[in-house]
Design a protein around this ligand. Structure first.
Ligand SMILES: Nc1ncnc2c1ncn2[C@@H]1O[C@H](COP(=O)(O)OP(=O)(O)OP(=O)(O)O)[C@@H](O)[C@H]1O
Length: 515
């Protein structure tokens, strides 16, 4: 959990560029989406682009196999939200043998006699028989140029994992399809590549050194046939202490295989102490990780990376570097609130699939030292802040329970906290509605726990701006709410409001009080 003081005039340093947070999120729909099957009814539409029928067992033409036709799927309206528009269609056979990497080099004779079905690739899914595989779940494809088959690597939701007693989750599933010719297979693979699926181009089994450099299979590298995007290069900063030391296991066991499958080039650095991630982010050469930094750990490690990036001289370039989060800490509240996922597999898939979630960043300035600290979620003062600080000392021993332990210990020796709050009033936006006085007070009382910052030995800090409060407590809204508005709108310092902790009412004017 990150901690910081009150925001300064630099608050709401918004990471505006769409480029800037390309990897940070977008996957709430992936995490929450139910795996839905499309409606099954007889096919009646013509195909936009069809691979030529081939020699693999085309049993749909045979009346004996009319039953198969009943299970063909019409994607209906090509603009349908569910399946998007049709990209490619044709006949493929599904080889149900368990995926074996070594089997990629098998020749076509080994898969003869498989049943062919109508398969459609749309902009959102691959549909065959009564099955549908969402492209959101597809990590990559493997294909040997010159062979008739290709394998789709996916992480769909586990079947039956939506019940009360089973945890929902995604697990790896490989689908090995066989086309009628190697040209058809290549067309299918390129259709997937056009839908932003990464393709692992495997060398032809005959294109080995054994066969000499003059082999026709060595003449063109597989990449020259496939319209494949280049693999992203990223820096992984892993806190091995996060989640009671489970983060390395989470990364190497669950997440790294997904990135490897998606062709990511990763440089993994494990932190050795608190502050290491910040230093790394502050000094890393972006040309070594142009596609972003992946934080593996809890909120603390993300906060360190954010602060490291924003402390750089080239701050503009720094905020354009996407931050990905693999939740492996004990709390992981940031990734849960921002992206809507909290399991590492879904978070890794979200990173692989790309997309951005822009996030507001606030800054806190310590007026005595001039130090600026950045945060994304919340900043605490007083009791909560002290509890969080103490909890870090018990991280290894108590894991997530450390917050309760630290809270209890702090409660036993509760100190007094003094603070002052200042903020600038915001200009009232046109069309803003009237807010009742109760609402003002409630919102303010909730906020005050968030905006307070520690009155340390260094003295009282000053918050010169806080946008969320500005929008609530403009002078006109104060008067609408029947509250005292005796101060002038030109003097920011006169806008000090505080809440009497006993009555929970607002008071106006420069104020200090004890909680
Ligand atoms: N190698 C390390 N040894 C000790 N502390 C570290 C190390 N690397 C990072 N830290 C510190 O540990 C703090 C907590 O880490 P992090 O937030 O990743 O894990 P967590 O506390 O388990 O998760 P959460 O914050 O979600 O509860 C960070 O603020 C960071 O400063």
């Amino acid at each position: 959990m990150q901690k910081s003081g009150s925001p300064s005039k630099n608050s709401s340093l918004r990471l505006t560029s769409q480029q800037s947070l390309r990897r940070l999120g977008f996957c709430s729909q992936i995490a929450n989406r139910q795996q839905t099957s499309p409606v099954v009814f007889p096919e009646k539409r013509s195909r936009r682009k069809t691979a030529k029928g081939g020699d693999i067992g085309n049993k749909n033409d045979d009346p004996k196999n009319a039953k198969m036709g009943e299970h063909r799927i019409d994607i209906g309206d090509e603009q349908s939200d569910l399946l998007g528009y049709e990209v490619f269609a044709g006949k493929l056979a599904l080889d149900k043998k368990k995926y074996n990497k070594d089997a990629e080099g098998q020749t076509s004779t080994e898969i003869a006699g498989l049943d062919a079905v109508d398969v459609k690739l749309t902009s959102k899914a691959l549909v065959w028989g009564s099955e549908m595989l969402s492209l959101e779940d597809v990590i990559s494809l493997s294909h040997c140029v010159g062979l008739r088959h290709f394998t789709v690597h996916a992480y769909p939701c586990r079947k039956g994992a939506c019940g009360l007693f089973m945890r929902r989750g995604k697990s790896r599933k490989d689908y090995r399809f066989v086309a009628s010719t190697s040209e058809d297979a290549l067309q299918w693979v390129n259709a997937f590549a056009d839908q932003q699926c990464y393709v692992n181009c495997l060398p032809h089994p005959m294109a080995s050194k054994k066969h000499g450099s003059d082999s026709i299979f060595n003449e063109f590298p597989p990449e020259s046939y496939i319209r494949c995007k280049s693999p992203p290069k990223m820096l992984v900063i892993l806190n091995p202490r996060s989640g009671r030391g489970r983060s390395s296991k989470v990364f190497h066991g669950l997440v790294e295989p997904i990135f490897k499958l998606a062709g990511f080039e990763l440089e993994v650095v494990k932190t050795t102490s608190a502050g290491h991630a910040r230093k790394l982010a502050a000094s890393v050469d972006f040309s070594t990780c142009p596609d972003g930094i992946i934080c593996v750990g809890g909120d603390g490690i993300v906060n360190e990376v954010l602060n490291g990036l924003l402390s750089r001289d080239n701050q503009k370039e720094a905020i354009s570097i996407p931050i990905g989060i693999i939740p492996a800490g004990s709390d992981n509240s940031l990734v849960w609130t921002v992206i809507g996922v909290r399991d590492p597999v879904s978070a890794a898939i979200a990173i692989v699939k790309g997309g951005l979630t822009a996030t507001d960043v606030f800054s806190v300035e310590w007026i005595h030292t001039g130090a600026i600290h950045f945060g994304t979620t919340v900043t605490y003062f007083g009791f909560v802040s002290d509890v969080l600080e103490l909890s870090e000392k018990h991280q290894k021993r108590f894991g997530p329970l450390r917050y309760f332990v630290a809270g209890f210990l702090k409660f036993l020796c509760l100190p007094k906290y003094s603070y002052g709050v200042e903020y600038l009033p915001a200009v009232r936006e046109a069309g803003e509605g009237k807010v009742s006085s109760d609402l003002e007070v409630i919102e303010m009382s909730e906020l005050y726990t968030d905006i307070m910052r520690r009155s340390s030995k260094e003295g009282l800090p000053r918050a010169s701006s806080l946008s969320s409060i500005d929008s609530i407590m403009t002078p006109s809204r104060m008067s609408e709410a029947g509250l005292d508005t005796t101060c002038s709108s030109t003097e920011p310092s006169e806008y000090v409001r505080a809440i009497d902790p006993k009555s929970k009412r607002l008071s106006v004017g420069r104020s200090k009080f004890t909680a």
